[in-house]
Design a protein around this ligand. Structure first.
Ligand SMILES: C[S@@+](CC[C@H](N)C(=O)[O-])C[C@H]1O[C@@H](n2cnc3c(N)ncnc32)[C@H](O)[C@@H]1O
Length: 277
């Protein structure tokens, strides 16, 4: 076990994978759903007031009358999807958290909302010219490796009708300013975010070239079983994100500070990008 631990405590290669599920883990997804649904927690989703503002802005710049078919990638429990549905969009929501999709489907049934929720990895979508609007909200794009971002951008481009728009956000360099590499740990006697029972958690923050960061959690359960969960974050400047979307073929590009349409400033911790096919 110690040999395994020594191996995992070394800084891993960029975009090394987790050994366990994160979003779709039976236990972690419970805490995650609670975080999504809490109106004031800025965790799995943004605070619900922000989401209301965001949906109002999206509906203003891309009204449902002319942008009917909307694909929500990483829709979670449907916080944006439901609000957008009420504004007249026809929504397909994709997420690979079973718990979130089940919750979203349940709420849609209860409220009689005709929303198409799909439990699926969005890296495997294959739509062709079907949507006027694709959204991917809360900086999920920057969690992907270089190859996956490139492949997904192409798939999103293909899924859009000509003139269709893709709205998404990424972290700016400001989000991580002043945060250095570090290691910390704790022991929990009871259920908490990572495990339903006693465990040890060794946390590391690593920095890589290309404005890439890693939050790594090594979880050791009471029987000594080790699991590694890696969350990657690529942050951007206005120029680096514009270069990346241009490479994928998008040309008309607008940049804001966040997904409520605040004007772009270099002080913002996020960048929202609206691109057109
Ligand atoms: C940060 S949360 C944001 C959820 C939602 N967009 C919101 O803001 O409320 C990211 C979501 O993306 C989902 N997700 C992450 N990677 C995914 C993938 N490869 N395929 C499908 N869903 C994914 C997660 O399950 C999670 O629900």
């Amino acid at each position: 076990m110690l040999k395994e631990l020594f191996k995992y405590l070394k800084k891993p290669a960029i975009y090394a994978q987790s050994t366990s599920e994160f979003w779709d883990d039976e236990h972690i997804s419970k805490g995650m759903l609670e975080a999504h649904l809490h109106p004031n927690w800025e965790a799995a989703s943004r605070c619900h007031d922000f989401i209301d503002e965001s949906v109002a802005w999206i509906a203003k710049i891309t009204p449902s009358e002319t942008n009917k078919h909307l694909l929500d990638l990483g829709c979670g429990p449907g916080l944006y999807a439901e609000r957008l549905y009420k504004r007249g969009y026809q929504i397909t929501g994709i997420d690979f958290s079973k718990r979130s999709i089940e919750y979203a489907k349940g709420k849609a049934n209860e409220r009689n909302y005709d929303i198409n929720y799909i439990y699926k990895n969005y890296l495997e979508i294959n739509y062709k010219n079907e949507f006027e609007l694709v959204v991917m909200i809360y900086c999920d794009y920057g969690a992907l490796s270089d190859n996956n971002r490139e492949a997904l951008l192409k798939k999103i481009y293909d899924s859009l009708k000509p003139g269709g728009k893709f709205i998404f956000d990424v972290f700016s360099l400001k989000e991580f300013e002043g945060k250095n590499e570090n290691n910390t740990w704790y022991m929990s006697e009871e259920s908490c975010f990572w495990k339903p029972e006693k465990h040890i958690c060794l946390e590391s923050h690593f920095i890589y070239e290309g404005d890439v960061r890693l939050n790594q959690h090594i979880i050791i359960d009471k029987d000594g079983k080790i699991e590694i969960i890696r969350n990657w974050f690529k942050s951007y400047t206005k120029n680096t994100i514009i270069t990346e979307v241009k490479r994928a073929g998008f040309n008309k590009i607008e940049v804001y500070s966040d997904v409520t349409g605040k004007p772009y400033t270099e002080e913002s911790k996020t960048i929202c990008i609206v691109v057109e096919k």
